[in-house]
Design a binder for this molecule. Structure first.
Ligand code: NDP
Length: 243
């Protein structure tokens, strides 16, 4: 009998960084549950590609802001066993300078990043604790470390995740579970496209290039591994030297 692979859930796996993280974790020998919201077909195609390459993957879709839909979807996954690696990567931004920021822009951004973190992580925590091994990795942003004009909502949401990372890490440290945040700078994906010109990047990033989704995925893959067992409660930047 072969031992079943550890299972990993990557929220926002249909997006640029989530896709690279899903591929990295699958290559590292995890069964990857690739999550989408509106783009389930993208997550399904990625799962098929991983399986064709000899890995294990499946796709799932739910809106992380919908607590009850999220709970139902997670329960169906938990019926198959605990999820031991969780990457909270789903996120949106809706930028506006603060005097012009609308309540809806504030609420939607916090709803996905912060309430989404609660809706997904809370139901998975006790089953993870029972296995005495786990990795929770929250994808945040340089905007929460340094601040960014036009992103008061986004940096507030991601900064709250930094604080949540530290508190949850303390709660679960004795159960073999690590909790860390990865704070990327400017990464070349759909989310950053159009947001920064080559001149902006040359001015803002000491390495004068955007990061690659695969570079973020390599860091996440390490944090998800056995080798990172003694790293917890940390905010780890990956930003070409910005901060
Ligand atoms: P993308 O826009 O490519 O992907 C965003 C992902 O989030 C998609 O998979 C999307 O699902 C999912 N998502 C959005 N809203 C919801 C929701 N309500 N419920 C569930 N899932 C949702 O972004 P990136 O890959 O660039 O970013 C991934 C993470 O990295 C984000 O948290 C972002 O804040 C962070 N980040 C990105 C940086 C960058 O420069 N790209 C820099 C710093 C941080 P679907 O498409 O299926 O609807």
């Amino acid at each position: 009998m072969t031992t079943p692979l550890k299972r990993a859930l990557v929220t926002g796996g249909s997006g640029g960084i989530g896709c690279a993280i899903s591929r990295r974790l699958a290559a590292d020998g995890l069964h990857v549950i690739i999550h989408a919201n509106s783009n389930l077909a993208t997550a399904q195609a990625l799962a098929q590609r991983i399986v064709a390459e000899g890995g294990q993957a499946q796709a799932v879709a739910f809106d992380v802001t919908d607590a009850s839909a999220t709970a139902d979807a997670l329960q169906a996954l938990l019926d198959q066993g605990a999820i031991q690696v969780l990457v909270n990567n789903a996120g949106i931004h809706e930028d506006a300078v603060f005097p012009g920021m609308q309540l809806g822009q504030w609420q939607r951004v916090l709803d996905v990043s912060l309430n989404g973190f609660f809706n997904v992580t809370q139901p998975l925590t006790l089953p993870m604790i029972r296995t005495r091994w786990g990795r929770i990795i929250n994808i945040t942003s340089v905007a929460a470390v340094m601040g960014n004009r036009g992103q008061v909502n986004y940096s507030a949401a991601k900064g709250a995740l930094h604080a949540a990372t530290k508190s949850l890490a303390l709660e679960v440290a004795s159960r073999g579970i690590t909790v860390n945040a990865v704070a990327p700078g400017i990464i070349a994906t759909g989310m950053s496209e159009g947001g920064f010109s080559a001149d902006d990047i040359a001015r803002m990033v000491p390495m004068k290039r955007p990061g690659k989704a695969e570079e973020v995925a390599d860091l996440v893959g390490f944090l998800a591994s056995e080798r990172a067992a003694y790293i917890s409660g940390q905010i780890i930047s990956i930003n070409g030297g910005m901060a």
